[in-house]
Design a protein around this ligand. Structure first.
Ligand code: SF4
Ligand code: SF4
Length: 250
């Protein structure tokens, strides 16, 4: 059993806009690229070029088609990026028998200490969001670190101190910030757009928030209006223009 720290005022996390995510997987690939140090990074590739490549992804993108009955408009496709939500009261931490899974008191990031992990996978069973990834080769659990090695890295420019997935997103569907500060950009975005928790009934209190897709316009309502016939007064036009009009009107 591992104890959680008291709730921190600072709650770092992601806000993901389902309205504009196009499901391109750039976030998942950028995450892999930043975190994959072969055998040494937190996100290992195993037998990457072999017959049965294994490996770990901290970020996965799923696509769903929503039927018209479930929306107010036509059928729509929603792309749903999924990674650790850095929950406030996560059982993935409390079930850990060795203290390998822990939540940081200073900013709320949930991490795994690989040196303490015995690979029992209890945390993966406890996570209702499927955010834990087990490395077969290492025998330890891995998970999204919120790019903790980027966001506090003073050798990077301030702009670059954001998670790799946020930096890579071409539509700017991902935002990073302090969701514990009501005045932060991410908190204001959540308030404006009605951002919500994933599966709040589980009681894990995810820090990450999702912004809902906006209703799509009905294609029938946007059909082009019939072309308007324009009357031109030719009595004052030049002879050449009158001749062209006669020819083209035949
Ligand atoms: Fe733990 Fe899963 Fe919540 Fe991440 S999403 S903190 S792994 S319960
Ligand atoms: Fe990957 Fe970092 Fe994004 Fe987590 S925050 S999914 S580690 S890129």
């Amino acid at each position: 059993m591992t104890m959680l720290p008291p709730p921190s005022p600072k709650k770092l996390g992601l806000v993901i806009d389902l309205d504009i995510c196009v499901g391109c997987h750039a976030c998942a690939v950028a995450c892999k690229e930043w975190n994959d140090g072969g055998q040494f990074g937190p996100l290992p590739d195993e037998n990457a070029y072999g017959r049965e490549p294994l490996g770990v992804w901290f970020n996965r993108v799923h696509s769903y088609e929503i039927e018209p009955a479930e929306t107010t408009g036509p059928a729509m496709t929603v792309h749903f990026p999924r990674s650790c939500l850095h929950c406030e009261t996560p059982d993935c931490v409390t079930v850990c028998p060795t203290g390998a899974s822990y939540k940081r008191a200073e900013d709320g990031i949930v991490l795994v200490d690989a040196d303490k992990c015995i690979g029992c996978q209890l945390c993966a069973w406890a996570c209702p969001y499927g955010a834990r990834e087990y490395s077969q080769e290492r025998g330890t659990m891995q998970k999204c670190t919120l790019c903790v090695d980027r966001i506090y890295n003073e050798t990077l420019s301030e702009y670059d101190r954001q998670p790799a997935c946020v930096m890579a997103c071409p539509t700017r569907a991902r935002h990073f910030g302090d969701l514990g500060d009501a005045e932060s950009k991410v908190s204001k975005l959540v308030a404006e757009r009605g951002g919500y928790d994933l599966m709040p009934e589980m009681g894990y209190k995810p820090v990450n928030k999702y912004l809902p897709p906006r209703p799509r316009r009905d294609g029938c309502a946007t059909q082009a209006a019939p072309a308007r016939e324009e009357k031109v007064d030719l009595s004052t036009a030049s002879p050449l223009l009158r001749w062209m009009d006669r020819i083209l009107s035949r």
